[in-house]
Design a protein around this ligand. Structure first.
Ligand code: NAI
Length: 380
């Protein structure tokens, strides 16, 4: 990336505040690291702001721009209340087939954590974003649809199901699994990560979760020969691919987090694991994230719109700032990203932080969203 166009969506609730604090940090870090280089920011409207200006929560102009874009960063978007509104986040993910949700989770010194050695956590979770029980194929108990499905399963497939059961369908495909695992392996190779762990519940759900495991190994064998080895084989600097059953993995991540580096997993497992790991290192306030397809990546804070503190200059801009750093790192501007991460560490060490973090750092002084952003900027 030399001079890149990045689209931004401010977002709802605390979105404008955290974005307002984050953008100057990103610009200053790039300037400090490279002098001439810079990001050309272009705003796109979505959410409340879009509705006020255009009458639509997700205007066609925004969709058209994203269809041609490679990089975007967004604040949180509120799901409009009322019938017939789908979550804007889900709409964006589905429209642009952003199939990989990537969340790096690491510890920041000084933050209170529920475990003894949070510093041992340095894991990047690749969560499949389009399949699994999230496909939205489900019918409520006693509905005409669920009765029809149950009749079919009992009558024609010989299944045993209580007639009052609610029904949900869990589709997982070879193609969907492989493209996610490919992404995780590429990342591990690119970032010199030690291993990629396939996390699944294949002992119980053989043809969905078990399929994911098998297709993950298949893609490693078919496309990464000579670069990736299976656990137990001589690693010799190559990336190790292994797998763990989800319940065992939760124990492992608590007891031996240092053994794990990159996790590739199905949608529901990934949802649980990324939040559990974030809690393990002291909460969601600083967790960055990205939803990626083959062409477009939308970086975003992992938290929501925090309506109760919106407009009060209380929100923590750390998650958006670190999402921006991740964007820089993934696009060849790693020096700027490193500066930002160091600045955040320094700000935490100085114990002048937003209220959410202050409650987790002994002896900390509370500052507002804007001031916290300025402290990080000054630390650069
Ligand atoms: P939330 O993340 O907005 O809030 C959960 C708790 O964390 C609240 O106590 C809030 O004050 C606090 N919090 C969140 N971000 C914070 C920050 N940066 N600094 C300080 N405190 C922070 O989750 P909630 O309440 O479930 O959702 C509110 C709205 O956000 C909903 O409309 C939901 O749909 C939307 N949402 C959007 C997401 C996105 O755009 N990716 C993700 C999650 C929720």
């Amino acid at each position: 990336m030399s001079a890149k166009t990045v689209y931004f969506i401010e977002g709802d609730g605390i979105g404008p505040e955290v974005w307002g604090a984050a953008r100057p940090v990103l610009d200053a870090a790039i300037e400090k690291a490279y002098g001439e280089k810079k990001i050309e920011w272009k705003e796109l409207l979505a959410g409340e702001k879009a509705f006020k200006e255009t009458g639509s929560y997700l205007p066609q102009e925004t969709l058209d721009a994203l269809a041609a874009a490679e990089l975007a960063i967004k604040g949180p978007l509120q799901t409009p209340v009322g019938k017939g509104f789908r979550s804007l986040n889900v709409t964006l993910r589905q429209t642009f087939d952003l199939y990989a949700c990537i969340r790096p989770i690491r510890y920041f010194e000084g933050i209170e954590s529920p475990v003894k050695r949070p510093d041992l956590v340095d894991v990047v979770v690749f969560r499949e974003n389009t399949e699994d029980v999230y496909a939205g194929i489900e019918w409520s108990s006693e509905s005409a649809e669920s009765k029809r499905v149950i009749d079919f399963l009992v009558g024609e497939m010989g299944a045993k199901i209580d007639p009052t059961a609610g029904i949900g369908i869990k589709p997982i495909t070879p193609a969907g699994s492989k493209r996610l695992v490919r992404r995780a392996l590429d990342y591990a190779l690119d970032q010199n990560r030690e291993s990629v762990t396939l996390v699944h519940k294949g002992n119980i759900m053989k043809y969905t979760e078990g399929g994911f495991r098998q297709w993950g190994y298949d893609v490693a064998e078919e496309e990464y020969a000579g670069k990736v080895v299976k656990e137990g084989e001589e690693a010799d600097g190559k990336v190790i691919i292994n797998d763990r059953i989800a319940d065992a993995m939760f124990q492992e991540l608590l007891m031996r987090p240092e053994k794990y580096s990159v996790v590739a997993t199905t949608n529901l497992n990934g949802d649980y694991i990324s939040d559990a790991l974030a809690a393990q290192v002291g909460g969601l306030g600083l967790a960055p994230g990205v939803n990626m397809g083959d062409k477009l990546a939308i970086y975003e804070a992992t938290h929501g719109t925090a309506p109760t503190i919106a407009g009060k200059d209380m929100a923590n801009p750390g998650s958006v700032i670190l999402s921006g750093a991740m964007m820089l790192e993934n696009n060849g501007w790693g020096d700027a990203a490193a500066l930002i991460k160091k600045s955040v560490e320094k700000a935490l060490a100085a114990k002048k932080v937003t209220v959410d973090l202050a409650s987790q750092i002994a002896g900390a002084e509370t500052v507002g969203c804007k001031e916290f952003g300025e402290i990080i900027l000054t630390n650069l």
